[in-house]
Design a protein around this ligand. Structure first.
Ligand code: ZN
Length: 247
């Protein structure tokens, strides 16, 4: 049998797909390390068990696959029928048996990957709409999945850390978050000084005359900006700084 490969030849997109697939492998590895009885334990996300995280990641793959199907067929299929439907699906998913949850994760990840693999170059350019109503090209779905899968692997809270997330993913994630803060006017007088990032050293309110300055490595600042536990960041103004919301 001939090995099946991505239809896209775009090197940037192929690299992005590789990063998403590495994230899937990473999440899958952390999930496999958990015993069935450990799935009901809390995750890093308030109010969510690990089972909620796994269900959400599985349904997210299905939702993103719907966008790729939309791009390929031209028939509009939204990620979720409504925000409530999304939340109900996660609550339901969290009640599934460990085996069903593991199957949901694996099958949805494989399905999404096959959809991506079989998407021809013109369809990657087509516009689809995210759950937040943003119009994006189908190729953006790769990044949408990438940030979900890497960050939620950490949320399983069984040893994965932001240090294990590739630097280019952390950088883009941090730019996404600070960009959202800026759009909503939430970054006033907040300046991030980032050590060890390949392409920037500062983000946030760079024009403030008296900002709160948060200092840390790319890993730590990104965890902070995501609202996840972090060690080793310092603030020029408080002892326990909190980041603005971003989701
Ligand atoms: Zn998520």
């Amino acid at each position: 049998m001939v090995a099946r490969q991505d239809l896209t030849q775009d090197p940037e997109l192929k690299a992005a797909l590789l990063t998403a697939r590495r994230g899937t492998a990473f999440f899958g590895r952390k999930l496999n390390e958990l015993r069935d009885a450990e799935l009901d334990a809390p995750s890093l996300l308030p109010g969510w068990t690990r089972a909620h995280v796994i269900a959400h990641v599985g349904y997210n793959a299905r939702a993103i696959a719907r966008l790729i199907e939309w791009a390929n067929t031209g028939i509009e299929t939204p990620m979720y029928s409504s925000p409530d439907a999304r939340n109900e699906e996660i609550s339901y998913g969290a009640t599934l048996s460990p085996l069903a949850l593991r199957n949901l994760y694996e099958h949805s990840a494989i399905h999404l990957d096959v959809e991506w693999r079989d998407t021809p170059p013109p369809a990657w350019e087509r516009e689809v709409k995210t759950a937040q109503g943003r119009t994006v090209s189908a190729s953006e779905t790769v990044w949408m999945r990438t940030r979900e899968i890497w960050v939620h692997a950490v949320d399983l809270d069984n040893g994965a850390t932001f240090d294990q997330i590739p630097a280019d993913v952390l950088e883009r994630l941090l730019k996404d978050i600070t960009g959202t803060w800026k759009t909503r006017g939430q970054d006033k007088d907040l300046l991030l000084k980032i050590a060890g990032a390949p392409t920037f050293t500062e983000l946030g309110d760079t024009t403030s005359t008296n900002p709160e300055i948060i200092t840390g490595t790319l890993t730590e600042i990104t965890a902070f900006a995501c609202g996840r536990p972090t060690h080793g960041i310092t603030s020029s103004k408080t002892t326990s700084p909190t980041a603005p919301r971003w989701i």
